[in-house]
Design a binder for this molecule. Structure first.
Ligand code: ADP
Ligand code: MG
Length: 698
């Protein structure tokens, strides 16, 4: 039998394949491009393309594609075959360096937020050699960035790579100040934990809301939900286990290090976590993982739901973005060191993150904002929409001691004075866990927990990398100009703690009292919806920061803000239309039919027992016909709210109407429909209920 190590990465043009198929010269040149971002010579590109093509053909591939991540949030590909006519009437298989490096998809249908006029429809895709090419089906996929002819980024990869470069540049400045002369680059790494629901395809097919919107828009609570806490880490059911096994194999073939899998809190909910890797590769891998999760599910007669809130009243799905920064020499800069000097460097990087998260709370919130994720943040299951940081008791005590110039009462009693050598020593082990914090330090990495399960992790990491690059830049500017490095460092760390300690909170983030304290006492931001937060992308401080690090241009930011708001509006409008349709054509008619049958029963009964009271039937008929009227009425009201959207000028105005007029009307319609569900005999109900769906996979 084939073992995992036999087939791991078998569909990836990885370092092993490069070494085996490229000449030493070409390999060395490509490595330089990958590691140091040197531009690739066309001769080298031709040789790489040739080797890539031969390798792909040997794996049964017939086509190639530039694989990219437009602003729709999913990946895009347009396939070209390798065939080229030969003079004798046959074909030869060709793939040139030019085709490898650059593509020109007709991209007029991808959102550009006005960056690309339709007459100038073509954008171009450019190879990202730092992410390996791979084979999906019969197609060689080449990870690429996607830009307009004017050079504007139309995708998520381009700004992500730029943000990594910004972080690299500033972090290296700091390392040099600490005497590190050997590190060549600093990169952020990410391990995203991915939550999802698995339900039977039969149930999914019977629910228009799931099919059109990815979430249920109706459904009363099942008699049994997650209250028994018997699902989390429970035994995995055979059908789910078979799915996970198959999924792992597919991911492993693509070189994705799927590592951990377990049941989550809600029934039918599960989690998959890979081993962390460089951020842009982790991003590509997470996009692929989401795609393959869905594909493999369909082979098992299942559907994988990646929506943030597929079921009301049941835990939603998130994605935890475990993030750290490290040098090419393998030093994790978020890991407390063994010596006081290393600890000083660690404290500096820690402070850079603290300052970044406090100064750019809004950008972090924006980076996870979608219509779907709005249902999670703020409910008592996911971190709140308020951003705060958890550091744990030990680290908080260290910061306290520095801030107040008092002895640190930790493992070592040190009087704190100016200078690095008296910064406290502390253990690297911080075992305390806090599951309710949006941004938690977990020993040697930060876990950003606000991402929605369907979010591309690119957005969160773009903001995180950029904001931290900004604090590191401010620190480096100051330290490079300092006369006495050690005392300047001490003052700077102390000042940063004083200025930004409001963002640190070690308590229960789900507590209502915390939201009150955060917003009223500490002045932290609480943007509850996408409509609330998105316009702040264009706040002057945010534009200044993101453009100064060359992560986005002003035009790119404007277009992104517009696209995100448009996406929000479109998603909700589709949901509202689906609701109206289901209410009018399925729910109301079913309830009416049931009432009519009840009425006929009354007639029938009374023909046997003249004057029978029929209290059960008449009472029910009365309730149901009242509900039926209200369903019809509320569907009309919702429809009117949708019509009134036409009056809104621009996506921002529309998003506010959606927040204030459409979403509340949707809840009102749902309320009466869900009540009707609880009163209607089951066989009349037009689609599977929550209980049917959530316990459908055995
Ligand atoms: P949890 O207790 O939250 O489940 P784990 O230790 O299992 O945490 O790790 C969760 C994720 O964090 C995994 O994807 C793992 O690879 C990733 N991870 C671990 N260390 C790091 C690190 N230094 N940088 C980034 N991600 C990391
Ligand atoms: Mg976690």
């Amino acid at each position: 039998m084939e073992t995992v190590s036999d087939y791991f990465g078998s569909l990836v043009f990885d370092d092993r394949v490069m070494k085996a198929t490229l000449s030493a010269k070409v390999y060395a040149s490509l490595k330089k491009t990958i590691d140091e971002g040197e531009t690739l010579d066309i001769g080298v590109a031709n040789a790489v393309a040739e080797a890539m093509k031969d390798w792909a053909l040997s794996k049964g591939a017939t086509h190639f594609t530039h694989w990219f991540q437009p602003l729709t949030g999913i990946t895009a590909e347009k396939h070209d075959s390798f065939i080229s006519p030969s003079p004798d009437g046959g074909v030869i298989m060709e793939f040139s360096g030019k085709e490898l490096i650059k593509g020109e998809p007709d991209a007029s249908s991808f959102p550009s937020g006005g960056l690309r006029a339709t007459f100038e429809a073509r954008g171009y895709t450019a190879w990202d050699p730092t992410s390996y090419a791979f084979i999906k089906g019969k197609t060689l996929c080449i990870p690429t960035a996607f830009c307009s002819y004017g050079g504007h980024a139309l995708d998520k990869k381009t700004p992500l790579l730029r943000s990594m470069e910004a972080l690299n540049k500033q972090a290296l400045r700091i390392l040099r100040l600490f005497g590190n002369t050997t590190a060549r680059n600093v990169r952020s790494s990410v391990g995203p934990e991915q939550e999802y629901f698995l339900i039977s395809k039969e149930m999914y097919d019977a629910r228009p809301d799931l099919r059109f919107t990815g979430r249920t828009l109706f459904g009363s609570r099942p008699p049994k939900g997650q209250e028994m806490d018997d699902h989390y880490f429970g035994a995995i059911k055979p059908r789910v286990a078979a799915y996970m096994e198959d999924l792992n194999q597919e991911l492993w073939k693509l070189g994705i290090m799927a590592k951990t899998e377990h049941n989550e809190v809600a029934p039918a909910q599960h989690e998959l976590a890979p081993i962390y890797t460089t951020t842009n590769v982790a991003t590509d891998h997470n996009q692929l993982t989401m795609e393959i999760m869905q594909k493999v599910a369909s082979r098992h007669g299942l559907v994988c739901l990646l929506h943030e809130k597929p079921f009301a009243g049941v835990n939603g799905s998130g994605k935890h973005n475990n993030w750290s920064i490290s040098t090419d020499e393998g030093q994790n800069l978020l890991s407390p060191g063994d010596t006081p000097y290393e600890n000083a460097q660690f404290l500096l990087f820690l402070c850079a993150v603290i300052q970044a998260v406090d100064d750019y709370q809004d950008l972090l919130r924006i980076s996870v904002a979608t219509a779907g994720n709005d249902h999670r943040l703020g409910a008592n299951e996911a971190p709140p929409a308020v951003i705060s940081m958890f550091l744990g008791d030990e680290l908080s005590a260290v910061l306290d001691a520095i801030e107040t110039d008092t002895p640190y009462k930790g493992t070592e009693k040190t009087q704190l004075k100016l200078g690095v050598h008296v910064l406290p020593r502390f253990n690297r082990d911080t075992t305390d866990r806090n599951r309710t914090s949006p941004f938690a330090f977990t020993g040697n990495k930060f876990e950003f927990r606000m991402l929605g399960s369907s979010n591309s992790i690119a957005c969160a990491n773009i903001m995180l990398n950029s904001a931290v690059a900004e604090s590191l830049k401010l620190f480096a500017d100051r330290l490079e100009a300092a006369k006495d490095f050690e005392s300047e460092l001490h003052d700077m760390i102390k000042k940063t703690i004083q200025d930004h300690k409001r963002i640190i909170f070690n308590g229960n983030g789900y507590d209502d009292a915390w939201i009150k304290e955060a917003t009223e006492k500490r002045g932290l931001l609480n943007y509850r919806t996408t409509a609330d937060c998105m316009p702040h992308l264009l706040d002057p401080k945010n534009v200044a920061m993101l453009t100064s690090h060359k992560v986005f241009s002003v035009e790119e930011l404007r277009s992104r803000c517009d696209i995100m708001l448009e996406n929000y509006c479109k998603s909700v409008v589709i949901e509202a239309n689906t609701m109206i349709d289901m209410a009018r054509t399925q729910i109301a008619p079913a309830v009416a039919r049931f009432s009519a049958d009840l009425a006929r029963n009354v007639e029938a009964k009374r023909s046997v027992v003249a004057g029978a009271a029929c209290v059960y039937e008449t009472g029910l008929i009365e309730k149901l016909s009242g509900l039926c009227d209200r369903i019809a009425e509320r569907a009309d009201t919702l429809q009117n709210a949708l019509v009134s959207l036409q009056e809104a000028e621009g996506s921002q105005a529309e998003s506010i109407r959606i927040r204030d007029c459409v979403l509340p009307k949707m809840s009102e319609l749902r309320l009466v429909c869900d009540e009707a569900e609880t009163l209607t005999e089951k066989s009349y109900w037009p689609f599977p209920t929550y209980a049917d769906i959530l316990f459908s996979v055995r």
